[in-house]
Design a protein around this ligand. Structure first.
Ligand code: ADP
Ligand code: MG
Ligand code: ZN
Length: 182
């Protein structure tokens, strides 16, 4: 990947649950740490699966992170890091869009992971605008739990009907277009 030399940039990693977004985010951030870059990692408060101050993937890889209630606080770390990682970005407020663009303008590399679709297959939070603003977008798929095809949808298998229901394989399954039932 050829990256800008005169400015920062935005990378988005998006897809359904279990598609390896967090895994890929951790992979990119750990490589930056090996290169001795200062990395700061954030996640929104709603996501407290597994561990409080770590970002943890479904296959249990983890990296130390800072939990924030609002996107605005991310900007206060602007002098503390070169690379900014953000996980579960769909749960942040829309202020995240402005914050990420401002950080990129300051020369920072901003790597964002999040769900592009909610459980109804509708656009989720600030992600779609960030995909537009980004220099690089990686769309990752999971494996459909019903048929084995590439899965880009998240099926809720529990009966709750509020937008944000934090859960794991007990509540969600990755599904392909055919097997997804909204
Ligand atoms: P995401 O952040 O996109 O939810 P993670 O990076 O946390 O995904 O986890 C990806 C891991 O989830 C995979 O490497 C695999 O071990 C596991 N996994 C569980 N269910 C599935 C599935 N249906 N398809 C692919 N991987 C799955
Ligand atoms: Mg994740
Ligand atoms: Zn399927």
């Amino acid at each position: 990947m050829l990256t800008p030399k005169n400015s920062g940039w935005i990378e988005v990693i998006c897809g359904p649950m279990f598609s390896g977004k967090t895994e890929e985010l951790i992979r990119r951030l750990v490589r930056a740490q090996y290169a001795k870059q200062d990395v700061a990692i954030f996640k929104p408060k709603t996501d407290n699966r597994y561990s409080d101050d770590y970002i943890v993937s479904h296959n249990k890889r983890k990296i130390k992170s800072i939990i924030l209630e609002s996107s605005e606080s991310i900007y206060t770390y602007k002098n503390k890091a070169d690379v900014f990682g953000i996980d579960e970005a769909q749960f942040f407020d829309n202020g995240l869009i402005d914050v990420c663009n401002k950080l990129a303008k300051l020369g920072k590399r901003v790597v964002i992971a999040g769900l592009d679709k909610d459980y109804k297959a509708k656009s989720f939070g600030p992600i779609h605008q960030l995909m537009i603003d980004a220099e690089y977008v990686s769309k990752v798929n999971a494996i459909c739990m019903s048929c084995g095809d590439p899965a880009s949808f998240t099926q809720r298998i529990s009966s709750e009907d509020t937008l944000v229901v934090v859960g794991e394989t007990d509540k969600y399954e990755a599904r392909c277009r055919n097997c997804f039932k909204p």
